[in-house]
Design a protein around this ligand. Structure first.
Ligand SMILES: [Fe+2]
Length: 542
């Protein structure tokens, strides 16, 4: 495992400080990366210690067991071989051969210190060492059965048999100092090796636990720095194991976190800029609104002042106007009274004029009233204003007043007039105009009377006016005059009737007479909405 982990992009001093830092607070204090290392160390050390203790207990015991078995094998084999070798010599009674065999056994067998042969009663027949036989020290532990137990010296008694008969006993003394020393040395080596393994294993576990937990510790510190806001920290890992994958995933997460934070910072800056701009705009709006409100208050005060001042002036003017209205009404009342009086005087004058001409000319009597009545009906059919109709009515009543200057003989002549007489009659419109021209009527009565014999085609008299040069009232009066005159009796001819009269104006429609006036007159008679009647003289002045 070879992790090559570096913290970046901090300076070397910072990196060194980071690596040498003590237990880091925060995440390190909470989860304790060094505790993880300690746990790994304790776990591995416990396993190694257990194995070592097991071997320390197992291998020395096995060595002791092998040692005891080897000793027992040596003793049994040696005793059996020696017993068999001595059986024949004991039957022969050759003590020299017996001693030679015993010495040979002591020289060749491993660990034998002495060998003594006795006969069945217990007399020493031969020995490998005379001193031993004489001291009789071989009998101290008689009988001795090997092994069990670990001792420095073993003493054995083996019967020498021949045909199931005991001929004697062989006493052997064994001393296995070399074998025991070798076993003890092997046990020391095993113990040393186990302790060395424990130490080396502990050291390796300590180093490897640090190596294993180092990436985790460094990543934890990096995570702590990122958690504190330093998003530049990264863990660069070049290994391809799980830790490398974890570090790369961690860096990817840190990149995303840093990018998100940068975007949030950018967004926050934009929002702050917008808020500042909006705040400035609101301050401007508030300032502008306050200024407008201040100006409005000033304008309102000024307006109230002006209204108050104007109200005072109007009150004064109203008082003056009230006084003037009262005076004006009083004057109007007086004027109305005067006007009514004048109208009554005017009507009386016109009535006097009409009666004057009718008293001189009986044929003309009633003619003016009927002409006036028909002219008013035509004017109403043409929807003329009432003011004009009133002027037309008065003009019709006295339209032949100029005949007052004509001789009565001409007016009442029963035959046709001569050319001279007719020329004299043709002056009556101008004479009537001259009579009335200086009277201030509210209507053009004098001009209506002057033009009532004019014709649209200029064939009329006295001035031969054409078309629109003739007053409309005069055109209406002309048609009414012709219709009434032809339908009535005259000194020089009988009455022709209304049909003849209407035929005359129909023939002259658009030529001598106004087209609209003729149509209105024809419609009145056709619809039987008008007819000539004998009317009371008073009627026209109602
Ligand atoms: Fe006339």
């Amino acid at each position: 495992m070879n992790h090559n982990i570096l913290e970046s992009p901090g300076s070397p001093a910072e990196l060194n400080a980071n690596n040498n830092a003590g237990p880091a607070p925060g995440l390190a204090a909470r989860f304790g990366p060094r505790k993880l290392r300690t746990k790994i160390f304790l776990l591995a050390s416990s396993l190694i210690m257990g194995l070592s203790v097991f071997y320390l207990l197992y291998f020395p015991g096995r060595l002791e067991h092998h040692l005891s078995r080897d000793i027992a094998d040596i003793i049994n084999n040696t005793s059996s071989v020696a017993s068999l070798g001595l059986s024949a010599e004991l039957q022969a009674g050759d003590k020299t051969a017996m001693e030679r065999i015993l010495k040979t056994i002591c020289e060749r067998a491993d660990g034998i210190e002495y060998a003594v042969l006795e006969d069945d009663p217990g007399l020493v027949l031969a020995s490998s060492n005379r001193d031993v036989a004489e001291r009789d020290m071989y009998r101290e532990t008689d009988p001795v059965q090997p092994p069990p137990g670990r001792r420095t010296v073993y003493r054995t008694k083996t019967p020498v048999m021949a045909d199931d008969r005991v001929l004697g006993n062989l006493f052997l003394g064994f001393a296995f100092k070399g074998l025991i020393a070798e076993t003890t040395r092997e046990k020391g080596v095993i113990t040393f090796v186990c302790l060395a393994i424990i130490f080396v294993s502990g050291l390796l576990v300590f180093l490897f636990s640090g190596l294993i937990t180092r990436p985790i510790v460094l990543m934890t510190r990096t995570a702590e720095k990122i958690a504190k806001g330093d998003l530049r920290q990264r863990a660069k890992v070049y290994s391809r194991d799980e830790m490398g994958l974890l570090a790369r995933a961690f860096n990817t997460m840190a990149d995303g976190l840093e990018k998100a934070l940068r975007e949030m910072e950018g967004t926050n800056k934009s929002l702050e800029a917008m808020m500042r701009a909006r705040s400035l705009e609101m301050e401007k709006e508030i300032s502008e609104r306050r200024r407008v409100e201040r100006e409005l208050r000033m304008a309102k005060d000024e307006l109230e002042h002006r209204v108050e001042k104007r109200t005072e002036e109007l009150s004064k003017v109203n008082e003056e106007l009230s006084g003037r209205v009262i005076e004006t009404r009083r004057a109007e009342d007086q004027l109305q009274t005067t006007l009514e009086r004048l109208e009554r005087a005017l009507e009386g004058t016109i009535r006097a004029m009409s009666l004057t001409i009718e008293m001189r000319d009986l044929y003309t009597a009633g003619h003016q009233r009927r002409v006036s009545s028909l002219a008013v009906a035509i004017a109403e059919e043409l929807h003329l204003p009432s003011n004009k109709i009133e002027g037309l009515r008065l003009a019709g009543v006295i339209h032949d007043i100029g005949k007052i200057a004509m001789p009565a003989e001409i007016l009442t002549k029963p035959t046709r007039l001569t050319k001279t007489e007719f020329q004299l009659i043709k002056d009556h419109p101008r004479i009537g105009y001259d009579i009335l021209k200086n009277i201030q009527f509210p209507w053009p009565v004098a001009h209506i009377i002057l033009q009532h014999h004019e014709r649209m085609d200029g064939s009329g008299y006295p001035d031969g006016l054409l078309g629109d040069a003739i007053l409309l009232e005069a055109r209406i009066l002309a048609v009414a005059d012709v219709v009434e005159a032809l339908s009535s009796h005259r000194p020089y001819r009988p009455a022709l009737g209304i049909e003849k009269a209407l035929e005359e104006i129909r023939r002259g429609r658009g030529l001598r007479y106004d087209m609209r006036v003729v149509d209105a007159c024809m419609k009145l008679f056709k619809d039987r909405r008008y007819s000539f009647k004998k009317e009371n003289t008073e009627a026209i002045f109602q």
